[in-house]
Design a protein around this ligand. Structure first.
Ligand SMILES: Nc1ncnc2c1ncn2[C@@H]1O[C@H](COP(=O)(O)OP(=O)(O)OP(=O)(O)O)[C@@H](O)[C@H]1O
Ligand SMILES: [Mg+2]
Length: 232
């Protein structure tokens, strides 16, 4: 089932006389359970696409359908609701709060939004049980990244967005993170990964190539590999 559709999405910065077209007529769709990788050179527009998907940025024109509602038509309040309900962001640079423990860094979602999500369940899922009482500075990069994933997952959002999830990690830790992300698609989530790592496309269902603000190509992967099958 189609969940996401970008229709002629454009993003332009600047005034009429001095315009920068960052995205030009971007079209693609994403189905349930898909792992999608967005590839392209630096400055191609990848993060801009991700930010529009996550409701952090608005396109200049075009439509973005999420389960039949056009997200570009939402006002700020509705957009906040869309983000809170549907989106889990995994940031490259963790965004952890240094004077809170790992447990608190994840559970803070409950404090902020006055909810009662199961913090311990998500801690287990991301293999952080033994580390939950430590502070971020006493964790490795991969463990901090897992904390950031746990925080994105606590609400069980349909759409998980990740900009270079393995960028700052060694190979072994990166593979661990990818296993978690790939596993999520099998539980019904959609995962979109922006990356420079060409190997990640091997595990994707769909690869969107972006060049100079345009979709250059969309490839449906006919030979999807498991994370363990890729020679990292
Ligand atoms: N506020 C802005 N005003 C003008 N141009 C901008 C603005 N924000 C971003 N851009 C430009 O938009 C283009 C696309 O940026 P984007 O961050 O989407 O690229 P990217 O593909 O994610 O690159 P990278 O791989 O380096 O992260 C870049 O050329 C950037 O300079
Ligand atoms: Mg980027």
């Amino acid at each position: 089932m189609k969940v996401i559709e970008f229709k002629d999405i454009c993003k332009v910065y600047g005034t009429k006389s001095n315009q920068t077209k960052v995205l030009e007529n971007i079209n693609f769709s994403i189905e349930e359970n898909e792992l999608v990788v967005i590839l392209g050179a630096s400055g191609a527009g990848k993060s801009t696409i991700l930010n529009i998907l996550g409701g952090l940025d608005k396109p200049t024109s075009g439509s973005f359908f999420f389960k039949d509602s056009d997200i570009t038509k939402l006002n700020e309040k509705e957009l906040t609701k869309y983000r809170a309900k549907n989106i889990g962001f995994i940031f490259q640079f963790y965004n952890l709060i240094q004077n809170l423990t790992i447990y608190e860094n994840i559970d803070i979602v409950n404090s902020i939004s006055n909810t009662k999500y199961d913090t311990n369940k998500v801690i287990e899922q991301t293999m952080l049980t033994n580390l939950k009482n430590r502070f971020p500075k006493d964790l490795s990069g991969g463990e901090q990244q897992r904390t950031s994933i746990a925080r994105a997952l606590i609400k069980e959002p349909l759409l998980i967005l990740s900009d270079e999830p393995t960028g700052a990690l060694d190979t072994k830790t990166g593979v661990e993170i990818l296993k978690i992300l790939k596993g999520l698609t099998k539980k019904g989530h959609i995962v979109v990964i922006v990356t420079h790592n060409l190997l990640i496309k091997e595990i994707a269902d769909k690869i969107i190539y972006v060049k100079n603000g345009k979709v250059e190509n969309i490839v449906i992967n006919e030979h999807i590999k498991e994370v363990e099958e890729v020679l990292w």
